[in-house]
Design a protein around this ligand. Sequence first.
Ligand SMILES: Nc1nc2c(ncn2[C@@H]2O[C@H](COP(=O)(O)OP(=O)(O)OP(=O)(O)O)[C@@H](O)[C@H]2O)c(=O)[nH]1
Ligand SMILES: [Mg+2]
Length: 294
Amino acid sequence: MTIGWYPGHMHKARKDITLALQQVDAVLEIVDARLPHASENPLLNQLIGSKPRIRVLNKADLADPAVSARWLSYYREQGIPAMLFEKEDSTALKSLLRRSTSSLEHKASRANRLMIVGIPNVGKSTLINLLAGRKIAKVGDEPAVTKARQEIPLGEDLVLLDTPGILWPKLEDQEAAYRLAASGAIRNTAFELGDVGLFTVQFLQERYPQAVRERYQLNPDGMTPLALLEAIGKKRGCLTKAGIDFTKAGEVVVNDLRMGKLGRVSLETPDDIPPATPAESNDPAFATQSSDAS
Ligand SMILES: Nc1nc2c(ncn2[C@@H]2O[C@H](COP(=O)(O)OP(=O)(O)OP(=O)(O)O)[C@@H](O)[C@H]2O)c(=O)[nH]1
Ligand SMILES: [Mg+2]
C-alpha cells in the first residue's frame, strides 16, 4: 500500500508559513531523533532558505543513543547546526534557547521572531510551551493537533511562532513513509496498521531482535516477519473468528514502538539516506542547508 497524507489544512498551512517566513528572523526545524532524515520536510527546507536555523532532533529519549551520536557527527560533517533534545531535559532547553537567540540582533522597531516548524506530532507545541514556561499551545499525542499558526510573545524582544505540522504532497521514498507512519507522524487512518506493523516487526528483527525477545518473550530468529506478527497477535489476544487480527496486532507493535516500550529504537541511521537522484540534486525543494546558515 502506498502511504501519503496531505490534508487540506496542511496545504493552507504551507501557504501561511511561506508568507509568515518573510517576517521571521530564525527557525527551529524540529525533526524526530529516531528518523532525522525521513522527518526532514523538503518543502520546509526550500521555504526556510538561508535564514539562520537549528535542526532539533527531538524525542531523543526514544532514540538509540549510539545512533543519535552518529547523526550528530553526520550533521557536523555537513556543516548543519543540529542538537539533540528531549522534553525533560532542562539543560538542553537552556542551551537551545541560547543557541537560537545568539544570531538575533536587537531591533528598535520590532521583536525578533523565532518560528518552529516540522512534520506533524514531532513535538513543536511541546517545545513552545517549554520555551514559554507555560502551557499556551495545545499538545496532543496524535498528528495535526495544531491547525493554525499561533504567536507567543516571550518578553519584550522575542515572539515564538508555533505552526501546524506539515508533510508534503507525495512521499516519494516509501521506505521513509513507512518510518514516518510507524513514528506517529501520519494519522493511523491514512494507512493500514497491519502493513506498518509488519514493516516494524521486520525492522526490529533486523536491528533490535533483543527488544522483541524482551517485550514479547518470543525468539524472532528464523521466523518470517508475518509469522512473528502473528505470534505477537496471538500473545496479545488480537483475534477474530477467522484467526489473527493483523490490524490489531500491527497496532500493538506500533504503539509499543511509539511509547518506548521496546526500549530506545532508532528507525534509521545516516547509512539509510538514499543517494540523491539527479532530479533531486537539481531541485531546490531537495536542497540541503546553505552553508551561510548558522
Ligand atoms: N517521548 C517524548 N515525547 C515527546 C517529546 N516532545 C513531545 N512529545 C510528545 O509528542 C506528542 C506530540 O507533541 P506536540 O507538541 O503536540 O507535537 P506537534 O509537533 O506540535 O504536533 P502537531 O501540532 O500535530 O503538528 C505529545 O504526546 C508530546 O507529549 C519528547 O521529547 N519525548
Ligand atoms: Mg502542535
